[in-house]
Write a protein that binds this ligand. Structure first.
Ligand code: ATP
Ligand code: MG
Length: 402
């Protein structure tokens, strides 16, 4: 498969460096609370160093075909009329209300762990290489619906590359990536555009059009992708600017506001079309601790209001701990561990422990190339690092000025 970035359907305004605005329908229905939110995680990754790790994936049973349905008007008495029987799900029954395994997906891996929330995005054996350079391989994990998943990992491990796969801006070398029942890498233009409509994206620098006011930036997706009149657009824009605390800056240009404000304006633009999935690539980079805490508070607030699925890439461990429901750690060209936050926080895997503590002690080095291949490298709690002492300070709003 080609390595080329796939072009977006709506190019940004002339002369702009901004990222495209992605349209999106109103958010889907409310996410019901499912049993097992705190349950064990599923994901098929390597258990490094023989430490406590993720449960291995269930063994692959031979692929089963959906039972043949009777034809010719014959009705099976105990089967509801007109409904296909649920497809077998490997070692797990399909939990009630979950999306049945679509054609083309592996039933044995559609449900990795029925005790966890239903996935919105399913990543299965995804590998990405640029030419001969493998970024990550055989990545398998779920991004749960209506939750905040934080993707962590040292610089250069391919977090941003992963985000671009989620939205179909990059194609994997192999593997599948299901958003609901659509395998994104297999989609052609029109259906791919439909999947992209589910997303709102906040890029690292807000990616605003420099030649437009904040108001016009936020209005852009609405003007571009809907038939709404200016009156309605104004209501939506001002509502979203208010959510991110930017109402007073509507008539300013991106060059006239701070980096933190640009991020919030970018967030407002990502929200105007009511996305089902919000992707944030390092929303807190370049922000001071107070602004970071406010931004985290805003994300938590949005999570309550929107019931969207959030995927956040960050280097900021307190953000991951305070905002994330699920965490995923990319390291050494693969997914080290993914699952409920508590699971990663209590993991004994050296790379997970080291990363979550920001310690210099462990297998992670200054650069990917220098990372120790010794996964079982001892974690030294006395080694220099950020450790956990900042957690309380970084609780969203904990340091809000009185
Ligand atoms: N279009 C591309 N073509 C070739 N290589 C690329 C492309 N995009 C990214 N890469 C490479 O993929 C690797 C992972 O990049 P990526 O930006 O995803 O890292 P990251 O984990 O987001 O790092 P950081 O935390 O510093 O943002 C890098 O080595 C980068 O150079
Ligand atoms: Mg990045």
């Amino acid at each position: 498969m080609a390595d080329t970035d796939l072009t977006l359907p709506s190019p940004p305004a002339r002369g702009s460096t901004a990222a495209p605005a992605l349209p999106g329908p109103p958010p889907g229905g409310r996410q019901s609370v499912r049993p097992g939110d705190q349950g064990q995680q599923n994901q098929g990754q390597r258990d490094q160093g023989g430490q406590t790790g993720p449960l291995p994936l269930p063994p692959h049973p031979p692929r089963e075909e959906a039972p043949e349905r009777p034809r010719g008007g014959v009705q099976v008495l105990d089967e509801p009329r007109g409904e296909a029987p649920p497809r077998p799900q490997g070692g797990h029954d399909l939990p009630e209300g979950w999306l049945p395994c679509p054609k083309g997906a592996d039933p044995a891996e559609w449900v990795l762990d029925p005790t966890l929330p239903e996935p919105k995005i399913r990543i299965r054996h995804l590998t990405k290489a640029f030419g001969s350079r493998v970024i990550w391989e055989d990545v398998t994990f779920d991004i749960p619906k209506g939750k905040v998943t934080v993707v962590l990992g040292p610089s250069g491990t391919g977090k941003s590359v992963l985000l671009r796969h989620l939205i179909g801006l990059l194609r994997p070398t192999s593997g599948q990536l299901w958003v609901d029942d659509k395998n994104v890498p297999s989609l052609k233009n029109r259906p791919l555009l439909e999947v992209r409509k589910k997303y709102g994206v906040l890029f690292q620098d807000g990616a605003l059009f420099g030649s437009m006011t904040i108001y016009d930036n936020v209005a852009f997706p609405l003007r571009e992708h809907t038939r709404k009149g200016e009156k309605e657009i104004k209501e939506i824009v001002m509502h979203n600017l208010e959510i991110v605390g930017m109402s007073d800056a509507a008539q300013l240009y991106p060059g006239e506001i701070s980096g933190g404000m640009r991020k919030r304006a970018g967030l407002a633009r990502g929200l105007v079309l009511g996305p089902e999935i919000l992707l944030f690539d390092e929303p807190d980079s370049g922000l001071d601790p107070v602004r970071t805490a406010f931004l985290n508070e805003l994300i938590l607030d949005l999570k309550e209001r929107l019931e969207s699925t959030f995927v956040i890439v960050t280097h900021h461990i307190p953000t991951a701990k305070n905002v994330g429901d699920h965490l995923a750690l990319l390291y050494r060209k693969s997914l080290t561990l993914a699952g409920p936050k508590e699971r990663l926080l209590s993991s004994d895997m050296p790379a997970v422990r080291q990363f979550l503590r920001g310690s210099t002690s462990g297998p992670i080095g200054m650069s990917e190339e220098k990372d120790s291949g010794d996964e079982s490298a001892e974690y030294d709690p006395d080694a220099q690092g950020l450790e956990d002492t900042r957690d309380d300070e970084a609780l969203p709003g904990a340091d809000r000025p009185q």
